[in-house]
Structures are given as C-alpha cells and as structure tokens.
Design a protein around this ligand. Structure first.
Ligand SMILES: Cc1ncc(C[n+]2csc(CCOP(=O)(O)OP(=O)(O)O)c2C)c(N)n1
Ligand SMILES: [Mg+2]
Length: 390
C-alpha cells in the first residue's frame, strides 16, 4: 500500500517522519564539553583514558612536576620578598601551578606568550631569569627581560589588553608564513573587558593562531564569578565568535597539559584561535596588599586545598613508578637552591637611572616625552648641585 499525503497528515505525531532531515547544529564543534576535562581524580587516581585527550608522555609529566615544585617555591619566595620590602607588590599564583606550568609546557620557545601580572610563575617556568621577572614588581622597570629574545610580552596590568596584542602578533606571524602560536593568559574577571572580546573576534575573523587561556580562579579581587557572568561557563564565550572552546579541571596537571597541547595544535594547524577555560583557585589573597578573609571564608579555601595540583601529580607519578623519594628530595633541593639564589640576588640594591624610564616607550619619543625627560634631567642635576653645596 502506498502512503498518500493525506495518510501522512492523518498519522499520529509519534509515527510522523520529518519532511526534511534536521539541519546540522552550526554550534557543533564550537561548544565546550558540558563537564571540564579531567584525567586524574583529585587524589591522583587516573580516570579511564579517553580518545579525545590522550595522556601526555610520562617524561613531560615528570618535567611538569619539577617545574611546578620550583614554581611554587619561587612564588613563596616572592611573597616573602614583599614582606622584606624588596618587592613593591606580588600577585601569587599558588594553587594555579598546573595552569601556569602546563600552558608554558604546551608551547614552543619560538611561540609567543602574553602574560598578565598573575603569570610570574609561568614566566620562570618558561626559563626566564626570576630576577628579570620580578624587576617590574620591584618597580625598577616596565619589564626586566627582553621580550623579543624570550618571545614573551611584558606582563600586562591593564586587564585584557594582552588579548589584542596576541591577536595582532599571531596574525602578523601567519601573514609572514611562520607557524608561530600566541598564548594569551587571561583571568575570569578580565573576560568582561572589551579588549577580550575584540581580541577573540579579530583572531576568529582573521584565523589568527591564538590560544586564549582563561584561568578561572573564581575571583576578580573580591568580585566572585557569580557577579561576573551569567554564562554557563566562561568557555561558552567562544561560540559567539565562532571559536571552538573547551573547559578543563585546572588543578589536574595531566588534563591541563593534554587540553592545551590539543588547543595549540589546532591553532598551529591554521584553524584559527581556540579558547580554554581552566577551573582553578587562587589560594592566596589577590596580592600581598589584599585581605581575602573579607570576601571568602576559610571552608572554601580548605576545600580547594584538597585538590592541590602539586600533590595530585606527585601521587600519580609515584603510583606509576615515575617518581620516588630520592627524585622528590632532589627536586625539593633544587627548588631551595633556586629560592636562595633569588633571595641573594634580590637583596643586592639595584642602581636604576631614572632617565631610563623614558627609554623604549615609543620607537621615536613624542615631543611631550622629550620635554618631560628634559624636566626630570634638570631636576636631578639641580638636586645633585644642592647636595654638592651642602
Ligand atoms: C582595565 C583595568 N581595570 C581594572 C583594573 C584593576 N584590577 C586589577 S586586577 C583586577 C581583577 C582581575 O581579575 P581576574 O581577571 O579574574 O584575574 P586574577 O587577578 O584573578 O588573576 C582588577 C579589577 C585593571 N588592572 N585594569
Ligand atoms: Mg580571577
């Protein structure tokens, strides 16, 4: 029996077939997975392996552990230096070690990193001299390292400005036929800034190879995430710009490295930008000048202590036989020596020429800067003359 159109119309809704196949979902492949990617349980027990995020090689994970231990020791030392008056300010990234180190391990030395003030640990993980890293926070210079030598932009304090810089650099590199990837770090709060949206949009439209890496540490100083966004996750901010995104457990070092490795490969292969949101937590106050007890309670902080990324990776590597007591002790010793050397060198009083403030602001100084420089030079000369007369 043939089915007449009338028969189809009479059929119950349950048996009726759609006249045309459903259109493909245009957001498919752009939205993050509903749950953050996780490869280790908080106690370091491995979860079933997955085809979309293969586990990184064990040597890479051992190196990650080493850098996380050294990075954490660097971080505590830097906070101590603020108390000794050797640093003006320090924003700690304790608790965010998996993000700081995983991201820098996922890129090549020839790739470009665009850090914020929070990323001092990422910079030392990248191999930049810690004294050069802390020069900005000591207030001596705009940036203590040579950005072009280490392929790392100066740390940005104006929120999200690095997002447009990264898009521009990545576009320029690909325009010149190089396969450089730009890695832009950004905080949860800063994703509300216009520059974040402009950067991501530009990178998407011009297929610039940028990985935007959001460390969602749950606070923008005292402002909690719930007052920052109504999005289901910050990774959902990619879809509106046509940018594929993923969310990851930012305290799971194995997952962070796996997700970022894939994001970087996506960008390097010419598919344009990728957005990753890592769920993590800042264990310390915003900076040494902040009192975090005024806006979050101790129970919340304690709950995150149980998800410590360093302990999690250590347990995992020990259980795999990739780390033993001797190796752990040797790495701890290396971290101590690193901190001692940093202390010694930060205790030497630097001599800073005030006039160097005007260097490298522009390739050609503006007339206003030339005038201001002259004013400072004259004031310094007058002060020296006065001292001479006294
Ligand atoms: C354009 C701009 N607005 C405001 C500030 C002041 N400010 C400094 S850090 C910060 C919070 C940023 O939070 P988030 O992006 O989550 O990064 P986190 O500090 O948590 O790493 C604010 C508002 C700034 N530096 N720049
Ligand atoms: Mg934050």
């Amino acid at each position: 029996m043939t089915t007449t159109p009338q028969a189809v119309r009479r059929a119950s809704p349950r048996t009726r077939r759609p006249a045309t196949p459903a259109a493909p979902d245009p957001s498919a492949g752009l939205l993050p997975q509903a749950e953050p990617v996780r490869l280790l349980d908080p106690d370091g027990t491995p979860l079933p392996s997955r085809a979309d995020y293969p586990e990184p090689p064990v040597e890479a994970l051992r190196e990650m552990y080493r850098r996380m231990v050294v990075g954490r020791r660097f971080d505590t030392q830097a906070t101590a230096l603020t108390k000794q008056g050797r640093l003006a300010v320090y924003p700690s990234s304790r608790g965010q070690e998996a993000c700081q180190v995983g991201a820098t391990l996922a890129v090549r030395d020839t790739d470009w990193v665009f850090p914020t003030y929070r990323e001092s640990m990422a910079l030392v993980s990248r191999g930049i001299d810690p004294v050069e890293v802390l020069t900005l926070l000591r207030g001596d210079w705009h940036c203590g390292y040579d950005p072009t030598r280490v392929h790392t932009a100066p740390q940005c304090t104006p929120l999200a400005t690095q997002c447009v810089h990264a898009a521009g650099l990545a576009y320029g590199e690909s325009y010149q036929g190089r396969d450089t990837v730009a890695l832009a770090f950004i905080g949860d709060g800063a994703t509300s800034e216009g520059d974040f949206h402009e950067g991501v949009n530009f990178a998407a439209v011009f297929k610039a190879p940028v990985v935007y890496f959001v460390q969602n540490n749950k606070y923008a100083i005292s402002v909690p995430l719930s007052r920052q966004t109504a999005a289901p996750s910050l990774a959902y901010k990619g879809v509106g710009y046509g940018v594929p995104s993923e969310q990851v457990d930012g305290n799971d070092p194995v997952a962070v490295l796996a997700v970022l490795t894939r994001a970087v490969a996506h960008a390097r292969a010419g598919h344009g930008p990728f957005l990753v949101e890592a769920h993590t937590y800042r264990m310390e106050p915003h900076t040494n000048a902040d009192d975090a007890t005024r806006y979050r309670d101790a129970d919340e902080v304690e709950a995150w202590r149980d998800r410590d990324p360093v302990a999690r990776l250590e347990t995992y590597l020990r259980n795999r036989g990739a780390l033993d007591d001797a190796a752990v002790a040797a790495i701890a010793e290396e971290a101590e020596a690193y901190a001692a050397d940093l202390r010694d060198r930060m205790n030497a009083q630097p001599t800073v020429d005030p006039l160097s403030l005007f260097d490298h602001v522009y390739a050609e100084p503006t007339p206003q800067l030339v005038e201001q420089r002259e004013q400072v030079r004259a004031e310094l000369a007058a002060a020296r003359d006065e001292e001479g007369d006294a």
